[in-house]
Write a protein of this length. Structure first.
Ligand code: TXA
Ligand code: MG
Length: 326
């Protein structure tokens, strides 16, 4: 159900839950000080209570309403990356609801850059707790249509168009004068290191971990199988007896492969989506493509992994989790 900005403000102020656009993915938002509204978020998402929520704020001056400390290092990172796809985890003030932080001593804060989200934050005057607007472990929504498909048409949605970043924010925790990367995103570790003037605390760089980061995450309903190269994917596709759809992350050379090597006849000709080898474009399109391929009712989605390089880490993380078999 689409609603206007004014309706969204009124509903949020009234303790109701509203799906809102951000530049990363759509969020399922509620007043972060209203515990019955917060419980609705967990119930609608079927999210375990030990998985804390990000509080979205409209201005850097509001950090002190939520965080007990705002160390100089965190201030530097906030000034560099806000508004934007960047979340800071800081020690929480005692009065921050334990529901929003799932019992953690910290609180996660972000100023989104989507103009409608900023307007909503400003007009409502609220801090908005907002996890991605999807059921627990499922694919995140990057359009208002995805929200309705995933959570049901009765969820009120403020439609802000397609998300331009397309995958969830980078999460960094700052304690005293050190930082750790908790979730990869499109703000890369190297950019954070450059602003911080020092690397992340050793030990976690390759295994970022926020409490809610389960191995199965960001998943379409159709099982995903990952391949290191387009060649390996096409070989598999030619011998597979199952119906499949294909996502290639490629610079175009596979086009030749596809046209010069005729495929064995398939019961259903596979639908092939090809994205260019550009991390920002793949991030923007990834969930939309997976949502689309998921509607085709094939047995498997075959996905080519991008190269194992720093600029692709956030996308590798999402694809690996999406393909995880419990
Ligand atoms: O881009 C985004 O971050 C989107 C948009 C809507 O802002 N939100 C989002 O929320 O991805 P969610 O709930 O799907 O993921 C938030 C992640 C979870 O893995 C959670 O565990 C972690 O943030 N998190 C939240 N509070 C935390 C805290 N106090 N300490 C550590 N991790 C925290
Ligand atoms: Mg999520």
């Amino acid at each position: 159900m689409r609603i206007s900005l004014d309706e969204a403000v009124a509903k949020l102020q009234n303790g109701e839950v509203v799906a809102i656009p951000t530049e990363t993915v759509y969020g399922l938002a509620a007043d972060a000080t209203n515990e019955s509204a917060l419980r609705q978020i967990y119930a609608i998402k079927q999210r375990p209570a030990d998985n804390p929520l990000i509080v979205h704020i409209g201005h850097i001056n509001q950090v002190n309403e939520w965080a007990a400390e705002f160390p100089p290092l965190a201030q530097k990172l906030a000034s560099a990356f806000w508004p934007g796809p960047f979340t800071l985890v800081l020690p929480a003030k005692d009065d921050v609801s334990s529901i929003v932080r799932a019992g953690e001593p910290t609180v996660a804060l972000r100023i989104p850059s989507h103009p409608l989200a900023l307007q909503l934050l400003k007009q409502s005057g609220l801090g908005l707790a907002a996890p991605s607007a999807n059921k627990y472990t499922q694919l995140s929504p990057t359009t208002a249509v995805h929200v309705g498909t995933g959570l049901g048409e009765c969820i009120p949605v403020l439609d802000g168009g397609a998300c331009q970043v397309g995958i969830e924010s980078t999460i960094v925790s700052v304690i005293n004068n050190d930082w750790q990367l908790l979730r990869h995103g499109m703000i890369a570790e190297a950019e954070i290191t450059a602003i911080a003037g020092k690397p992340a605390l050793a030990g976690l760089e390759n295994q970022p971990k926020a409490p809610g980061q389960h191995l199965l995450h960001y998943s379409p309903k159709t099982p995903i199988k990952l391949f290191d190269s387009a060649e390996a994917l096409m070989r598999y596709q030619q011998i597979s007896k199952q119906t499949c759809a294909v996502l290639l992350i490629d610079d175009g050379s596979t086009n030749k492969l596809l046209t010069t090597k005729p495929m064995k006849p398939q019961p259903v000709k596979p639908q092939i989506v090809q994205l260019p080898k550009n991390p920002a474009i793949v991030a923007e399109q990834l969930y939309g493509v997976l949502h689309h391929l998921d509607t085709l009712n094939v047995a498997q989605l075959l996905v080519q992994l991008p190269p194992d390089r720093p600029e692709w880490l956030a996308i590798l993380d999402r694809l690996t989790r999406a393909a995880h078999h419990p």
